[in-house]
Ligand binder design. Sequence first.
Ligand SMILES: [Zn+2]
Ligand SMILES: [Zn+2]
Length: 265
Amino acid sequence: MRDGHIHTPYCPHGTLDSLKEYVEKAIHVGYSTMTFTEHAPLPPSFVDPVPDKDSGMNAQDVEQYLKDLNGLKAEYEKDITIFAGFELDYISGYEKETEAFLTQYGPELDDGILSVHFLQGNSGWYCLDFSPDMFREAVLDFGGIEQMYEAYFRQVRASIETDLGPFKPSRIGHMTLIRKFHELFPSPSNWQQMAVEVLRSASDHHVELDYNGAGTQKPHCNETYPTKPIAEQAHAMGIPLVYGSDAHSASGLKQGYQQLSNVCR
Ligand SMILES: [Zn+2]
Ligand SMILES: [Zn+2]
């Protein structure tokens, strides 16, 4: 039982549950391997579009975060394998700063996730999973939901295809995150074709997919990222899927696990 996507008290929009609480809970629910993937600090020149500017961890805390994880690895060596990583944002136009971060800290990492949360519309940047209100603004700015979906899946493909150096994360985060509010803003009818293009790219570039349970707990989503049919297609194409709880609290570990497709577990 492996969970490859877990947040920590270093997350400014998460809970203050301690790292030990996460590890103890993980052992309790039967994990054998867990990766801590805190949101990496955003590129220094990128302006976080969310009101509290709390999408990424504080750059000053990175050293302590890695030190804490090294301590935990030693302390729990006999009980569970703990990997150190980040959930890194792929932000179009900020690749150089992203690669610089990886060059600096990559040698200390065991695993990691690359995600798209931010999209640039015609007049500004949006965090696509922040709130229904921000999502609505983004749809208007893109000139429609289909245009926004196209921009999103294009970004996810770019995240797979762009060279970010030798420490680039091996796994793509929640590849259908744009469906977080799909019960409020129905997806365009051709969205699955867009998702399948991502699968082709993932297969060609030998990346793994985060099979993320968090959406099952979101009131307007109620499904995993990716959805079951897309996950099964990925599996059939030989793309590795790694379960990710995306927990922002110790109690969030294993969330959505029961809803995963059996063939991909
Ligand atoms: Zn988060
Ligand atoms: Zn994420």
